[in-house]
Design a protein around this ligand. Structure first.
Ligand code: BES
Ligand code: ZN
Ligand code: ZN
Length: 486
């Protein structure tokens, strides 16, 4: 665990100090003796020559001082450099079993302090529920000297604690194995979480209710599983929210994607336990927004089903009627995410959403196009697009806008049904064009394809393996932006 303690002044009796540097310059304030200044200058020039390295611990003015390079990785924004620096510092302090580390941040800007706090929290994530032997949790307390900024940094630290708590909720859900987290199990966790936060209401449509209301996307995809599909609806409607805005978040929640009858190859199939990452981020974000009291009406729709082979499984060529009346031919049962999302998007529109954002690990094409660093998003609204980019910049989640290319739209035509669930060319774009068929005119909509960014099988930034928690923080930030301007 990590703890952040903010104070105007921190006594010099912590086990270690930390010092951020960029090239030869110390970042933020440092209070050193003349001798100390000279020692630091020497260490930094040794760093440049490669004699010593990032995270070196050097005695300065009688304190063990961890030198943290705040500009090390290539391609990251300056804020993300600080997140990474915080992350490495957190790991180092834990490795050295320092119980208390002093940080001088009085001269840091709000967003810089926030980035460092996030990085420190990331360093403490662990997921050991399946290990028979677990190590006892070790708590590192970071004593932040904030001087005049104490009140601001206290507020920021509290915000970061909430954002990280819910990022971790999403990660825990995604890292939980497929046989344990089936749709109903996910729904139970959603109930537990919603009950913890005042202001969040929850209701669940089981398969009977789905059938009554014509949510056939979920029923079609879930037919082959012994676990019933369901839709979880959450709402948060604060009194001080602007009256003319209602954000709906829709999450793909395939608790495991075998591909169905259009079976996936065995290699890497286990990764498909993460096919509910969109739903996990959606649940986490609405709970976080409520806890942070963000002034915006938000609703959330978790589209939960298991895509599995069974006697009730949908067959290639089958045709069903989607919630908005359009008929869909299932050419490939592995293109299931778009089918369950059609139900979520229709539900969001029926409930009066002005803005809809859907998150989905939707296509392998997006994984190949943008890899683990960038989420590709599509939108029908330029203003929303700007806000998404800004939210991504603020939270160090990179977004790249993809085109809703009409030239490909007729690839979704079918001989007998209104739509086919796959096309022939650009995979990620066709998936987005399919979703667009369910967004009524006048609603601002964006689709985030997080297939490449939600889950990693080798270390990437602050994730060693598995769920990254992508989307949670951008959704929170986007809610702030939409809520701000009443
Ligand atoms: N869940 C997959 C997409 C995916 C792939 C997510 C890799 C994460 C990593 C999705 O349901 C899928 O199988 N999509 C197919 C669609 C195709 C049949 C049109 C794909 O991308 O191959
Ligand atoms: Zn699939
Ligand atoms: Zn899938």
């Amino acid at each position: 665990m990590i703890k952040l303690k903010i104070a105007k002044h921190v006594a010099d009796n912590t086990e270690a100090h930390a010092l951020f540097y960029v090239k030869k310059a110390v970042q933020f304030s440092s209070v050193l003796s003349e001798n100390g200044e000279i020692r630091v200058a020497n260490v930094l020039s040794e760093m440049e020559k490669g004699i010593c390295q990032d995270l070196e611990i050097v005695e300065i003015d009688g304190h063990k001082t961890i030198f943290v390079n705040a500009a090390m990785e290539r391609g990251l924004s300056s804020l993300d450099h600080l997140r990474m620096a915080g992350y490495r510092l957190g790991k180092r302090a834990r490795q050295k079993q320092f119980k208390t580390v002093k940080l001088l941040l009085a001269d840091a800007a709000d967003e810089q302090a926030k980035a460092i706090f996030h990085g420190l929290y990331y360093s403490a994530y662990k997921f050991d529920k399946y290990k028979s032997k677990t190590t006892k949790d070790f708590t590192v307390t970071f004593d932040i000297e904030a001087d005049e900024r104490t009140k601001d940094f206290e507020r920021i630290a509290a915000e970061v604690a909430v954002e990280q708590h819910y990022t971790n909720l999403a990660k825990d859900l995604i890292n939980t194995v497929g046989s344990e987290l089936y749709p109903e199990a996910f729904a139970h966790i959603a109930i537990r979480e919603a009950h913890k936060v005042p202001g969040v209401a929850i209701s669940i449509l089981n398969s009977k209710l789905l059938a009554n209301e014509g949510f056939n996307g979920l029923l079609t995809v879930g037919g082959g599983s012994r676990f019933e599909p369901c839709m979880v609806k959450l709402t948060y409607s604060p009194k001080n929210a602007p009256k003319d805005k209602h954000l709906a978040i829709v999450g793909k929640g395939i608790t495991f994607d075998t591909g169905g009858i259009s079976l996936k190859p065995a290699k890497n199939m286990k990764e498909m336990q993460s096919d509910m990452s969109g739903a996990a981020a959606t649940l986490a974000a609405i709970c976080a927004a409520a806890e942070l009291k963000i002034p915006l009406k938000i609703s959330a729709y978790l589209c939960l089903a298991e895509n599995r082979i069974g006697s009730g499984a949908v067959l290639p060529g089958d045709i069903f009627k989607a919630k908005n009346g359009k008929t869909v031919m299932v050419d490939n049962t592995d293109a299931e995410g778009r089918l369950v999302l059609s139900d979520g998007i229709c539900a969001a529109a029926e409930n009066g959403a002005t803005h809809i954002v859907d998150l989905a690990t939707l296509t392998g094409a997006m994984v190949r196009a943008l890899g683990p660093a960038i989420t590709g998003y599509f939108t029908n609204d330029e203003e929303l697009s700007q806000k998404i980019k800004a939210a991504g910049d603020a939270t160090c989640e990179k977004f790249w806008q993809m085109p809703l290319e009409d030239e490909y739209a007729n690839e979704l035509d079918d001989h007998y049904a209104d739509l086919s669930n796959i096309g022939k060319s650009a995979g990620a774009i066709l998936a987005a064009l399919f979703l667009r068929e369910f967004v009524p005119e006048g609603i601002k909509w964006s689709h985030w394809d997080i297939a490449g960014t939600a889950y990693v099988e080798r270390p990437w930034k602050y994730t060693t393996y598995g769920a990254t928690g992508i989307g949670v923080q951008s959704l929170i930030e986007l809610s702030r932006e939409l809520g701000d301007k009443a």
